[in-house]
Design a protein around this ligand. Structure first.
Ligand code: SF4
Length: 688
């Protein structure tokens, strides 16, 4: 146990920044308080309001403390033996009746690398690649593009080198002041104080806007035409880095051909941003010594998410802004371990370390360690698993995820989950999804267990247990070991005596983690790739070459794809969504925190004053927000932060569930849903 300032050093359970904190424990299980960890590598003791309130849910009265089994339509308490036997019997029955691909497995970015590693191993031992995680909802398109065009599905650079060397920070579809608070306050705002220029591209004025030099407030879903104006300006005015393009990239001719008949004036009109403002931003980026792109879910969560991010890659490659400190294309990852959940192979198409599951050589090298055959066909993504539930999918094993809240068209998700023959949910609270479960397994919280998590800039860090396990709960790792051993036998490779032993096996099968060990991680952590023991890890990637087949970065021109649903007479507005500083994703933890709930107690929708006046809506009125998929009732916030014609809400609140009305259309390659644009209508609730 590593201690500092009389506490146990661990990592905040919320966002991907990966802030360190110190926990001091009292006598009772769950009695933990936070003290600063002053030399924590990422945050030097600072925490945002969410991290500071993170212990409030550890001993919450709603914690699940006993396994539950559904009987005669209701959940009743059960012993662990009874619950685990039921899980194993049902998984075996479904596999024997329909085959292994009739079951899906949802991993979780709220749990450790070791636990996600074990879950994907369990799925593959069971005989299916139907395993996925919530990156499908946030950055699947970013990961897809970065892997295919540069080499690794992760931030190219680090928060520290961006602060110290970035001259221009181009922030598109991201709101770090709200969603990655310490990254913004400690790194990006510091860069601005040191003279960097911050340019924001976002349909919604937000907390980040206060700190930027320029805000291009575009219409939702028009990022491609905006970036095409930027690229065309750079090409037309000869501001590209010709040597870099010639020596380190391929595809420039495709980009030029794509832009050959480009009408910049029409594109700017589509974006709703003056042409000269876009051109001026392009010049500032292109002329910078070091320019870095930050990309968020405003880019990734579109049916053209892959193309959106590709256009950011085009911009970085065209100007040579990649492969050195202060540059690159940098996704700000959502949850505290969403990067790690992908790294360890909890995705349907890749094995640990991002090696393709249909690559015979990669599969064979993992099979040598695991001792069983891995299915070679990529599996279904989580949205595809939900959509197939009741048809080709009959069983679902959910660890720490909440698809009834997190997936688009949520009412349809509820219907689909009801059609399953067997659903097991492993979590710390009774979630909206667990309400549909046949078995609920109570797991331990972040303060009660150890393991590793990987933050947004690829830093693998140790989490450490600070308090006892409450009630009749068990660690996710223990539960998965038990299920695996009961399903496949004692010698099947699920008999580990703790997270460190699992991590050792992970490092054997994931080349980017190969040089890591718990001892090596120590207090600072290590930024992957770390191929050999002794490697120090990399603050930034691609100094010499890209990890593509020919070592070149891929430029590929892209054209505008409109959102699948445009406004019409019946639904005249465009709905977009994003997270708040005070709450987190499906709100399972944050809405139970008294401090966070006090600050933002309920959901709301931002409406422009003109749209509000047209409908007789005043600030604070309750309104009905509708789409083709359903409706929710929530408070109106009348504000000029949003453009006329658009409305904006948050996904955190179960009683006004935004994903009831979002669109489930997917990007064809990354299969990420288009959360960021749906046709909607709003009206005042007369009796509200
Ligand atoms: Fe936790 Fe993220 Fe806040 Fe840091 S910025 S304290 S990791 S929620």
């Amino acid at each position: 146990m590593s201690t500092d300032d009389d506490g146990v050093n661990t990592i905040c359970p919320y966002c991907g920044v990966g802030c360190g904190l110190s926990l001091e424990s009292g006598e009772a299980a769950g009695d933990v308080t936070i003290k600063p960890w002053f030399d924590a590598p990422v945050n030097e003791g600072a925490l945002c309001v969410k991290g500071g309130a993170s212990t409030e849910v550890v001993a919450h009265e709603d914690r699940l403390t006993s396994p539950l089994i559904r009987e005669d339509g209701a959940l009743r308490e059960a012993t662990w033996d009874e619950a685990l036997e039921h899980v194993v019997d049902e998984l075996e029955r479904i596999r024997d009746t329909y085959g292994p691909d009739a079951t899906g497995f949802f991993a979780s970015s709220k749990v450790m690398n070791e636990e996600n590693y074990l879950l994907q191993k369990l799925a593959r031992r069971y005989g299916t690649n139907n395993v996925d995680n919530c990156t499908r909802m946030c950055h699947a398109s970013t990961v897809y593009t970065l892997r295919n065009s540069l080499g690794a599905g992760a931030m190219t650079n680090s928060m520290a080198d961006l602060r110290d060397h970035g001259d221009v920070l181009w922030i598109q579809g991201a709101n770090p002041a709200e969603q990655h608070v310490i990254a913004h306050s400690h790194y990006f705002r510091q860069a601005a104080r040191d003279g960097a220029t911050l340019i924001q591209i976002d349909p919604h004025a937000n907390k980040t806007t206060k700190d930027v030099d320029r805000h291009l407030q575009l219409e939702p879903g028009t990022d491609i035409p905006l970036l095409n104006v930027v690229l065309e300006t750079i090409l037309e005015e000869g501001r590209l880095d010709e040597a870099f393009v010639a020596e380190r990239t391929r595809g420039i001719d495709h980009l030029k051909a794509t832009l050959a008949d480009f009408d910049a004036e029409a594109a700017a009109e589509t974006c709703g941003v003056p042409l000269e403002d876009i051109r001026e931003a392009a010049r500032i980026y292109a002329e910078a010594g070091n320019a870095a792109i930050f990309t968020g879910m405003g880019m990734s969560q579109h049916r053209c998410g892959v193309d959106n991010v590709q256009n950011e890659v085009n911009l970085a490659l065209l100007t040579g802004n990649i492969g050195r400190p202060g540059t690159g294309v940098n996704p700000l990852r959502g949850q505290n371990n969403v990067q790690g959940t992908c790294d360890v192979g909890a995705m349907p198409n890749v094995l640990p370390g991002y090696r393709e599951v249909d690559d015979d050589e990669a599969r064979s090298s993992v099979e040598d360690v695991w001792g069983f055959e891995i299915p070679s066909e990529p599996g279904l993504t989580n949205v595809e698993i939900s959509n197939a539930s009741g048809d080709s999918v009959h069983g679902l094993y959910v660890v720490g995820e909440n698809p009834v809240m997190s997936e688009p068209d949520a009412t349809e998700v509820e219907t689909r989950l009801s059609d399953l023959e067997f659903l097991v949910v492993q979590d710390i609270f009774m979630t909206d999804t667990a309400e549909f479960a046949d078995v609920v397994l109570p797991a331990t919280s972040w303060a009660e267990r150890g393991g590793t998590v990987t933050n947004t800039d690829r830093r693998v860090q140790l989490m450490r247990p600070a308090t006892d396990v409450p009630g009749n709960t068990r660690h996710d790792l223990e539960i998965l070991c038990e299920v695996g051993t009961r399903l496949f036998g004692d010698a099947a490779g699920f008999d580990f005596d703790g997270p460190e032993a699992v991590f050792e096996e992970l490092t054997a099968v994931a080349p980017i983690y190969h040089g890591l060990s718990y001892e090596r991680l120590g207090r600072e952590g290590v930024q992957w790739p770390c191929y050999e023991p002794g490697d120090e890890g990399d603050q930034y990637l691609y100094a010499e070459t890209f990890d593509t087949n020919d070592g070149r970065g891929v430029i590929r021109g892209v054209r505008h794809t409109e959102p699948a649903e445009g406004p019409d007479e019946e639904y005249p507005l465009v709905l977009t969504t994003a997270r708040l500083e005070e709450h987190y994703n499906t709100g399972t933890m944050s809405t139970r925190s008294p401090t966070l709930r006090r600050r933002t107690p309920e959901n709301f929708v931002d409406i422009h004053p003109e749209d509000a006046a047209d409908r007789g809506i005043e600030d604070g009125d309750y309104v009905r927000l509708r789409s083709r998929r359903g409706e929710i009732v929530l408070k109106a916030s009348v504000t000029e932060d949003i453009k006329a014609g658009s409305v904006w809400t948050t996904p955190h609140f179960s009683d006004a569930r935004a994903n009831t009305i979002t669109n489930d259309v997917l990007d064809p390659l990354a299969k990420i849903p288009e959360y960021k644009a749906a046709a909607a209508a709003v009206e005042r609730v007369e009796d509200g």
